[in-house]
Ligand binder design. Structure first.
Ligand code: NZQ
Ligand code: ZN
Length: 386
């Protein structure tokens, strides 16, 4: 176990009927706010109708900035920054999933600087201050509601980059599982896949051979995410299932799983971000394609941890080699069972595109210092999921 500092400043308000807390919580952050949300779901399922009265009852002046798309775009963030500056807003409220929260984070950081917000994503500028952010989460997936990460697509350069900074952590996030009852089966599954990927990125890339506390924590989260996802795919209004899935997805990327692991990486995300940037496929769908191929590539190098995963998550027995490969197969079978794609061809991406995808991923591999991922390795992994 390595030395670590664990600090997470986000206040979480969890449970039924908590969306009405957003007004008083935001009033503590400022009087004039920018309200950021997606294309249509929050109005269609009445969440906007719960949040707006709470904000107005708290005496807040509200500037709305809807229309965030999945795999959120730099152009929409730039427009939000313009609005935030024009109205001199004092805080940002995000109502949505990871795409909305990440856009709100980029606006919160970009409003206070005189350079373009994309400079943060190219690691050319670092974040020194942000507007305060309050969130109402409507989809269990990215974990952005309780972390300092944000991911954006630059549609001009066709790059999807992520950046992390503690100042991006929301001041408060409201997690009401009932708000996720309307999430359709595909995005319910993609969200579960994304949360599992967040866990396995750290579980398999730590070089520390002795992290039993973290391992059991992460293995338990993976088991819970699969079980709760299966439940809510059977019954979308299963509160317990939605609550378990929501809290597990938040825990999957709020710093707690990585505590004590030392250096870890995000290689599966590095590759997946190119799939989302170039083909606009859902993030979780891209990960269910990349994950098994990356895991098989790594298991050949270091079977031990993959064998532990197979034994503890899927109760497999036998040699390390057998448990490692059988565990990866079982996870891939689960992706298939929740209708998340497992090959590039299933989402219409031709094998002939693999060199272009690999070239695109290389830029992020350099920024994230994933130096063992050259174009050849990335192409080998992509070829295994064609
Ligand atoms: O846009 P609307 O109409 O709201 O529809 C959304 C969207 O189409 C819909 N939706 C959201 N809540 C709903 C709902 N539909 C019905 N009922 C509800 N309650 O779901 C669709 C997907 O929403 P999105 O926010 O894109 O999904 P998700 O939460 O999975 O976020 C994905 C984004 O998060 C980033 C990804 O790269 C991707 O851009 N990530 C952010 C991370 C972070 N900040 O730490 C880490 C992750 O690895 C991830 O990269
Ligand atoms: Zn992710």
């Amino acid at each position: 176990m390595q030395n670590f500092v664990l600090y997470n400043p986000t206040k979480i308000i969890f449970g039924k009927d908590t969306a009405k807390e957003i007004g008083p919580e935001t009033a503590a952050l400022g009087r004039k706010i920018l309200l950021v949300y997606g294309k249509s779901s929050c109005k269609a399922n009445g969440i906007h109708g719960q949040v707006l009265p709470s904000l107005t009852a708290a005496g807040l002046e509200i500037i709305e900035h809807g229309g965030v798309v999945s795999n959120p775009l730099l152009s929409h963030v730039r427009a939000g920054i313009g609005l935030a500056r024009q109205h001199a807003v004092q805080a940002i409220v995000a109502v949505g999933g990871g795409s909305v929260i990440d856009s709100a984070k980029a606006i919160a950081a970009g409003t206070l600087v005189d350079h373009d917000v994309w400079q943060f994503f190219k690691a050319k500028k670092s974040i020194k201050k942000t507007l305060p952010l309050a969130c109402v989460l409507t989809l269990a997936a990215a974990g952005s509601e309780m972390n300092g990460g944000m991911v954006l697509t630059n549609e001009e350069t066709r790059q999807k980059f992520g950046v992390g900074n503690r100042l991006l952590c929301p001041r408060v996030s409201i997690l009401d599982p009932t708000l996720t009852f309307t999430v359709p089966p595909d995005y319910t599954a993609y969200g579960a896949v994304d949360a599992i990927a967040h866990i396995l990125e750290f579980y398999f890339t730590t070089r520390d051979p002795a992290t039993p506390v973290q391992d059991r924590f992460m293995e338990g989260l993976v088991i819970n995410i699969m079980a709760s996802c299966d439940r809510v795919l059977r019954d979308p209004a299963d509160y317990q299932g939605r609550a378990d899935l929501m809290w597990s997805a938040t825990l999957a990327l709020n710093g707690w799983t990585a505590a004590g692991l030392g250096m870890v990486g995000f290689p599966m995300h590095m590759i997946e971000h190119s799939l989302s940037a170039l083909y606009n496929i859902a993030h979780g769908a891209g990960l269910s394609i990349v994950m098994p191929a990356w895991m098989r590539h790594q298991a050949r190098l270091r079977p031990g941890k993959f064998s532990q995963f197979g034994q503890r998550v899927f109760n497999l027995t036998g040699s390390d080699e057998r448990c490692a490969m059988a565990g990866i197969n079982r996870l891939e079978e689960w992706f298939v069972s929740v209708n998340s794609p497992t090959t590039l061809s299933q989402v219409g991406i031709a094998a002939a595109d693999i060199p272009v995808i690999a070239e695109n991923a290389l830029a992020l591999a350099r920024i994230w210092r994933l130096n063992e991922y050259g174009k050849e390795v990335i192409m080998e992994i992509l070829t295994a999921c064609r």
